[in-house]
Design a binder for this molecule. Structure first.
Ligand code: NIG
Ligand code: FE
Length: 417
């Protein structure tokens, strides 16, 4: 089955010349091409054909993209979208001066969402998660990572991973689960960290990989959560079992998480709002992606990660929403792209690289996703504009018109004109 996506005004290829990632100044190079059409065969990009010869191209179907621009499907590489309940009360507390950490210490924060998740059935959680996934699809997101981390018991972590797993077959996009059992210590293990670590290391890690519920592990390295030694123990076992590793680190404190993640060759280090200046060069040569989450800084009115310095030091920078009920209640990746421009001074080109090829790299999926190159999966976000700068400039407007997954149109915006 061959489909020709014909005549877009531009194709933003984010070509990597086979490198499949962009570091430092390479993020600026998104390789737009004009006067070309995209030939897709069985869900894979087969060719980029000059429009002058596209009429001679044999295809079973053609699809006209006149006056639209095509980007690689957006890859959202860091969310906590599988949650129940609301933390609107904490939002109010913060407006009145309480900090995120104060709220966590007084029993709110992550733990209040854990209670809501434990009180929700599989079916309820499925019902809650579905519209959230659909909303990402409307934005041109074709791959979506979702973490567990609000169950924090054997039963509830598995339940949450099963909810996420359900959408692998009940959603048209790729859903990537990540096991985040080490999100925080649940109340029943508050005074017995060793026993909770044992639950993660000896029971959950082996069960989850054996049952194919996730092949990535994340942890929260923070004074109020897991120490770098504890993360080291979890990562050591996880790696032996064949997991990919990711780490929430340097969000509020600097307690050695970055070094542990780099030592274990984690796929990504996420947050970095308080990364030490002297540590930035460590990311220069490393293959570990820096996933920046400006929605958290905006939502908590807190430091932004030093995007410019990371890029100057040749880091592989990606962007994500961190969509969660407590620190970034923002399911809008376009808004995150806009924050990255306004607050972190990233250019539109850098931002596009950060939400396509580099976020695919953070998931370890950059060989098949994240750019429009022959042989890659035909995942596209098609925007109703002639200039990609407009995606950043139109704050609050969704210019995505079609979301295309493996060559199939899975979302089409209703005509408003
Ligand atoms: O990435 N930092 C830890 N985890 C989330 C917040 C989760 C929550 O508050 O529910 C984050 O910011
Ligand atoms: Fe997070």
């Amino acid at each position: 089955m061959k489909t020709l996506f014909k005549n877009p005004s531009q194709i933003i290829t984010v070509n990597t010349n086979g490198k499949n990632l962009k570091r430092g100044s390479e993020l600026s190079d998104i390789n737009p091409i004009s006067d070309h059409s995209i030939l897709v065969e069985n869900g894979i990009i087969k060719d980029l054909i000059p429009n002058s010869s596209s009429s001679k191209t044999a295809a079973d179907k053609t699809f006209d993209l006149k006056d639209l621009i095509v980007l690689p499907g957006l890859v959202e590489c860091h969310t906590h979208a599988a949650y129940a309940g609301s933390r609107a009360n904490e939002f109010l507390m913060r407006l009145n001066g309480a900090t995120y950490e104060d709220i966590a210490k007084s029993g709110g924060g992550i733990i209040s969402t854990v209670k809501a998740v434990r009180n929700s059935s599989f079916e309820e959680l499925v019902r809650i998660l579905k519209p959230r996934i659909d909303y990402f699809i409307t934005q041109g997101v074709t791959t979506l990572e979702i973490k567990s981390g609000y169950g924090l018991s054997f039963y509830d972590e598995i339940k949450l991973l099963q909810v996420i797993d359900h959408f692998k077959t009940h959603s048209p996009i790729e859903i990537i689960p990540t096991f985040l059992g080490a999100h925080t210590y649940p109340p029943e293990y508050q005074n017995d960290h060793k026993q909770y670590l044992d639950l993660i290391i000896k029971e959950l890690l082996p069960y989850i990989i054996k049952n194919k519920l996730a092949d990535s592990v994340d942890a929260f390295c923070e004074k109020s959560a897991f120490s770098s030694d504890e993360v080291d123990k979890i990562f050591t076992k996880a790696k032996k079992l064949g997991y990919k590793l990711r780490l929430h680190t340097e969000q509020f404190n600097n307690i050695g998480g970055l070094d542990v993640a780099l030592r274990h060759k984690a796929l990504s280090v996420d947050h970095l709002e308080v990364i030490n200046e002297n540590d930035i060069p460590k990311l220069s040569k490393s293959e570990t992606v820096s996933v920046l989450l400006p929605g958290v800084s905006f939502f908590l009115d807190y430091n932004y990660a030093p995007a410019r310095k990371l890029i100057e030091h040749n880091a592989i920078v990606a962007l994500a929403t961190d969509y969660n009920p407590g620190s970034s209640h923002i399911p809008n990746l376009h808004f995150i792209m806009q924050l990255a421009a306004l607050k972190m001074k990233m250019s539109a080109e850098e931002i596009i690289s950060a939400v396509t090829i580099n976020s695919a790299t953070a998931l370890g999926l950059n060989e098949k996703l994240g750019s429009i190159e022959i042989g890659k999966q035909a995942d596209f976000a098609v925007f109703d504009t002639k200039d990609y700068q407009e995606i950043i400039y139109n704050i609050g407007l969704n210019l995505n018109k079609y979301t295309i997954k493996k060559g199939q149109i899975i979302f089409q915006r209703a005509e408003t004109k």
